[in-house]
Design a protein around this ligand. Structure first.
Ligand code: PLP
Length: 417
């Protein structure tokens, strides 16, 4: 069920204060979820959640998560620079490599981050870019298809570009050991947006078994298992939210079965949730600005795929509601579109909705992760503002809208040559 915990008065007030479209984030919802994740894994004394910066790269949000005791998962130089500027350091940062420009390892090592190696060849790169640390993390890819519980396929790791094959672990880690590594972590990300609470426990069991056999084979100390991201959120009404407490408890049971009771010298647990932490607590706030009846019935919004590309890119479903008439019965079937000259710029296709009038304020739900972050400037449609609905009930602009001058600033104009 999409999050509809904020009253319509919040969106009405925000739209009085700021021109639409904009993203609005609910600080209290984000803080509560960050706390719930920490509590769910508090049984492990060496637990840390590293928020995946790419999901919502806003410094104010990242600062809030820092206050809640989270670290950051960075995957590029600029994300590392944001972490540095916000005062994250050392083991508060996970650097997830993936076809990295080699120089990006230098800053990760300078900051003392955990480096998560995506390929066995990254060993040589790291050796000359920052040096080999005492503790490394290795990303594994189990290949084939990933299933659990029943037989339903949950992910296709064999098609994914990420990670080492398990058969490469012994050779690679022995090399790392000869270069001074003492401890290692194992990471895997086998499926995305999983609302089945069995995902983390199933992944945890695979990694617990693998880290134990690999540690025995190599003589290295198993430092931690990194369950990565992938816990999903309910974009549709028929899916219940994931009970993170139950997930934490199920992971604990798998842990005890392999390692016994947690304690000093036993592996830690790390997570890199993005979507689960902020996804439900962000909304695109937008006005209906155009109506058109041709072969279909269209409503045009002042927002477009630049604010939220998931429907255009993956056919993803996002709940849309009319502020103040959230519970009215559907009367019409609409295609709800943006203004890009691209026919996939549709937030909804054949969506039953209450009757929409021009000027109505609409919200698109579950836009707190992989939404603003995937924005772009196609058609000269610029990125818009981000507003924080604060825990004390205030409205704070935490990123201004881009202006045409921002857009033109990197261009070369004939008259200036
Ligand atoms: C994208 C990503 C995440 C976060 O994924 P979510 O689906 O937002 O939880 C975590 N770790 C890595 C390495 C990623 O690339």
């Amino acid at each position: 069920m999409p999050n509809d915990s904020l009253p319509s008065s919040v969106f009405l007030k925000a739209a009085e204060l700021f021109p639409t479209p904009f993203h609005l984030y609910d600080e209290a919802g984000i803080r509560n979820t960050a706390r719930a994740v920490r509590e769910a894994f508090a049984w492990n004394p060496d637990f840390r959640e590293y928020f995946a910066v790419k999901a919502l790269p806003n410094p104010v949000i990242l600062g809030i998560l820092k206050e809640e005791g989270l670290g950051l998962d960075c995957s590029s130089l600029t994300e590392l620079m944001m972490a540095e500027r916000l005062g994250f350091s050392g083991e508060e940062i996970m650097f997830s490599a993936n076809a990295m420009p080699p120089e990006e390892f230098d800053l990760a090592r300078k900051l003392g981050a955990y480096v998560n190696l995506d390929d066995i060849s990254d060993i040589d790169t790291l050796a000359v870019h920052g040096g080999i640390p005492k503790t490394v993390c290795v990303r594994v890819n189990t290949g084939g298809t990933f299933t659990f519980g029943g037989n339903q396929i949950m992910g296709k790791p064999g098609e994914a570009k990420y990670g080492w094959m398990p058969s490469q672990l012994k050779e690679g880690l022995e090399r790392l050991k000869s270069m001074g590594v003492k401890r290692f972590g194992l990471h895997a990300f086998l499926a995305s947006n999983m609302t089945d609470p069995g995902y983390y426990p199933a992944l945890a069991r695979i990694l617990f078994d693998l880290i134990q056999t690999t540690a025995a084979e190599t003589g290295l100390e198993p430092a931690f298992v990194n369950l990565s991201g992938g816990i999903g959120i309910p974009y549709t009404r028929d899916v219940p939210p994931v009970d993170i407490r139950a997930v934490g408890e199920a992971v604990r049971q798998e842990y005890v079965a392999v390692f016994g009771e947690p304690g000093p010298g036993k592996p830690g647990i790390k997570t890199e949730l993005g979507r689960y932490i902020t996804g439900p607590y962000g909304f695109v706030v937008t006005h209906a600005v155009h109506e058109k009846k041709t072969f279909k019935h269209y409503i045009g919004l002042d927002a477009c795929a630049v604010q939220l590309i998931r429907p255009a890119m993956y056919g993803a479903y996002h709940e849309i509601s009319i502020v103040g008439r959230e519970h009215d019965a559907p009367e019409e079937i609409y295609d709800i579109t943006g203004s890009l000259c691209e026919n996939n710029d549709k937030f909804a296709i054949d969506r039953p909705m209450p009757k929409i009038h021009l000027g109505d304020l609409l919200i698109i739900h579950d836009a707190g992760a992989h939404a603003f972050a995937m924005g772009y400037q196609y058609n000269g449609r610029l990125r818009t503002a981000e507003i924080l609905y604060t825990k004390d009930g205030g409205y704070r602009q935490i990123r201004r809208a881009e202006t045409p001058e921002d857009y033109f600033a990197t261009m070369v104009w004939p008259e200036s040559e």
